[in-house]
Design a protein around this ligand. Structure first.
Ligand code: EPU
Length: 417
């Protein structure tokens, strides 16, 4: 799908932020831990969620999603132990079904997960955790085979070499209904992880979060729940950056919990962007001139890797030289080739990205190569006069109703042939 995005004089209007992609995906898998019904509210209608729902259905769940009310009902009375549908290879989050199906089945075969391939994304931490929890594993690049072994020890300790969102969540999901006590050290404390813990505790799990560890006391079974998916802080951050890209713009974002955006607000304020909060609204007012900055991405509450590519484009308009180091995914630089081909001043040396102010930017055509790189091209269109983006469907994997949201702030978006 090709679209043409045309820049308005200023960005003005209000956008409502959707439920979080990276939170709802594991919550859908969590529903497989119980035979009772799980109702999720504020579920965004995006391709990744639709793929996750298709996997749930394939695994035998009764599923009912209403894109108008954003309510998703899931009930896994029965569950399969061979999850080999095509959708598992399209999204990374399909691996959360390993965590939630294993406690109900002794064996599982599942396709190797897919998702944005902006760098090598191994799943060795997940494999380490499942092995430590007592599973025998065989994997190749296509499939993963898991089989339960009997382990005597009542207490299991898992210590990750790096903080990892996915493997922390998968370990929690796989442990809640075991007959063990599981302790996770060096865990990730992203809001996505905390929401999974909150929902599982409402379903009858016993999970404690302490400073240095997450402690899970396994329970026999979980029950159904109704849970509201919190707002998507990465979607919010993306529109905050977009709103800052044309001088004298004013954009209001609704459904925000600004406590999750502290670092993003700090970074944009340091660039001279005016940001104020009114209850669940965030008001972004862009300055005439942006200041350069030096940032490093990190685990929450640091600046998220998911916004690095998008911020990079904004920095092209800052007066002076800026730098970015992505400590989580240093190879997440899919759009830089396009920038360099168009004589834009961005350089990469080892892990350091240097961005210099580029006065004249006119890129006519680009391709979305991954989700966040794709959204970064929307910001690039604001620095150019227009931009034709190919493979825009990749952006729609994670940004609900993006065409309408862009229109709400005066951006023209048209389908191209
Ligand atoms: N890592 C390993 N081995 C593993 C798992 C992770 O080496 O088995 C490394 C990664 O290569 C990375 C670091 O550990 O250097 C942290 O990765 P993490 O596990 O936290 O990432 P993830 O769970 O695979 C989720 C999001 C990503 C987001 C990262 C970081 C989902 C479905 N994906 O990925 O979101 O970038 O956390 O916050 O929740 C996106 O939304 O565009 C996206 C890619």
């Amino acid at each position: 799908m090709k679209v043409k995005i045309t820049k308005p004089n200023t960005l003005k209007g209000t956008i409502s932020i959707s439920g979080s992609k990276n939170t709802v995906l594991p919550l859908i898998a969590c529903a497989a831990l119980t035979k009772e019904e799980v109702i999720l509210k504020n579920v965004p209608s995006i391709t990744d969620v639709m793929n996750m729902i298709k996997i749930a259905s394939y695994a035998n769940a009764v599923v009912d999603y209403n894109p108008k009310t954003k309510e998703l009902k899931l009930q896994f009375k029965k569950i399969k132990n061979k999850i080999l549908c095509e959708e598992t290879t399209k999204i990374r989050a399909s691996y959360y079904f390993i965590g939630s199906i294993l406690p109900r089945k002794k064996k599982l075969i599942i396709n190797y997960p897919g998702g944005c391939n902006f760098s090598l994304r191994p799943i060795d931490y997940h494999i380490y955790a499942f092995k430590t929890l007592g599973y025998k594993i065989f994997e190749n690049r296509e499939k993963i085979y898991l089989k339960k072994k009997n382990i005597k020890s009542k207490k299991i300790i898992i210590k990750f070499p790096k903080q990892t969102v996915g493997a922390t969540i998968n370990t929690i999901i796989a442990s809640v209904t075991s007959n063990k006590i599981v302790e996770i050290y060096n865990y990730a404390s992203e809001p996505d992880v905390l929401s999974v813990i909150e929902m599982l505790n409402l379903m009858g799990a016993n999970i404690l979060v302490r400073d240095e560890k997450i402690k899970i006391f396994g329970v026999k079974k979980l029950h159904g729940v109704t849970y509201e998916v919190p707002f998507d802080r990465i979607e919010a951050g993306s529109y905050m950056i977009l709103a800052s890209s044309i001088p004298r713009s004013k954009v209001i974002l609704q459904n925000i919990d600004s406590s999750q955006l502290t670092k993003i607000i700090e970074v944009l304020k340091n660039m001279n962007v005016k940001i104020s909060c009114q209850k669940t609204n965030l008001i972004i007012e862009s300055p005439d001139e942006l200041k350069p900055i030096n940032i490093k991405t990190g685990t929450y509450p640091d600046f998220p890797t998911d916004l690095q590519q998008i911020l990079l484009i904004l920095l092209l308009k800052a007066k002076g030289k800026s730098t970015i180091i992505d400590t989580i995914y240093p190879d997440r630089i899919s759009q830089i080739k396009l920038l360099q081909e168009n004589n834009i001043n961005v350089y990469v040396e080892n892990n350091l990205i240097t961005i210099e102010e580029t006065k004249q930017i006119f890129v006519k055509e680009g391709e979305a190569l991954d989700l966040r790189g794709g959204f970064s091209l929307v910001v690039l269109a604001m620095l150019s006069s227009y931009l034709i983006i190919d493979k825009f469907e990749i952006v729609k994997r994670g940004y609900e109703d993006i065409e309408n949201k862009l229109k709400k702030i005066q951006i023209t978006i048209e389908k191209e042939n």
